[in-house]
Design a protein around this ligand. Structure first.
Ligand code: GLU
Length: 285
């Protein structure tokens, strides 16, 4: 079977060395395995994503030597698809509406004392999980905004609590109870749009037949959620690789605001794609 990898950036700024590292790792793996490399545009954060960044990121990736087939999948064009998956999860009882504002969540956490703080920020204290059906209907009818949260307890009851996933370099990774506690009932359908990062990424990797997901260490914990969703939705499980993050001279992770390390700035200052590879420790054989 031929392998499929992908690079899935959000067009919310210029690409920097950290993105180049992710893209090149996925690209090189596809080349080594004689597989297919996809580019996917994850543009569901409407406040931050801009079409102009999409064009610019394609220019940067092509300059690095990457090739992909057009048209690329753009998540904002497939909201109905994500909505149908959310609907399936809801019908099966794995989602519940959450009316809390961010402020209310933080206040509830403060009131309850120390709450686990996971990789995604403060863990949702579960305020809306136990609302009665009547109360839910009443709030929805009265026009309150709501997100849909992942009912982890119900999901784990369905698929069992001893899940693992495959890591390309480290073998089987078990998901511990503590990992779930640090994630909490994450949002799968945002208030402003019919999906969320977690839902769209799982749905698209499935639809596009992605077999190997190569991405940064910052998304390691998200993989637990993705694997649980794949189980619930009867989707095959890809193999994962979470690479280390590229840092600046002070050891700080690069961010989109670090203008000097954008690929555009490096290119304009005369740096070549081969030098970028060298800087990233990705020399070709
Ligand atoms: N769109 C995500 C980002 O730019 C990456 C998603 C993924 O690789 O799963 O951080």
């Amino acid at each position: 079977m031929s392998i499929v990898t992908r690079f899935a950036p959000s067009p919310s700024g210029r690409l920097h060395l950290g993105h180049a590292y992710s893209a090149l790792r996925a690209w090189d793996f596809a080349q080594q395995q004689e597989g297919n490399f996809l580019l996917r545009i994850e543009d569901i954060d409407f406040n931050r994503c801009k079409a102009e960044f999409e064009d610019l990121l394609k220019t940067d990736l092509a300059w690095l030597g990457l090739r992909w087939s057009e048209p690329t999948r753009r998540q904002s064009e497939h909201l109905d698809y994500y909505q149908s998956i959310a609907h399936r999860l809801e019908t099966d009882g794995f989602l519940y509406p959450c009316f809390c504002t961010r402020k209310e969540i933080l206040a509830e956490i403060a009131r309850a004392g120390a709450a686990p703080h996971g990789s995604e920020g403060p863990v949702y204290p579960g305020t809306c999980r136990d609302l009665s059906e009547d109360e839910r209907t009443h709030r929805i009818k009265s026009g309150r905004d709501y997100a849909m949260r992942f009912d982890l307890a119900s999901a784990l009851e369905k698929v069992g609590r001893s899940l693992t996933w495959s890591d390309l370099e480290n073998g089987e990774i078990p998901i511990a109870e503590k990992d779930w506690a640090e994630l909490g009932d994450v949002v799968l359908v945002r208030k402003d749009i019919q999906t969320s990062y977690h839902l769209a990424v799982v749905a698209d990797d499935f639809l596009q037949g992605v077999t190997h997901i190569i991405r940064g260490r910052d998304l390691f914990e998200s993989t637990h959620i993705h694997v649980l969703l794949q189980h619930l939705l009867d989707m095959p499980q890809p193999i994962y690789l979470h690479h280390e993050l590229v840092t600046d001279q002070t050891g700080k992770r690069l961010a989109k605001r670090d203008e000097s390390e954008t690929l555009a700035a490096l290119r304009e200052s005369g740096v070549s794609p081969a030098e970028i590879r060298e800087r990233l420790g990705l020399l070709r054989d």
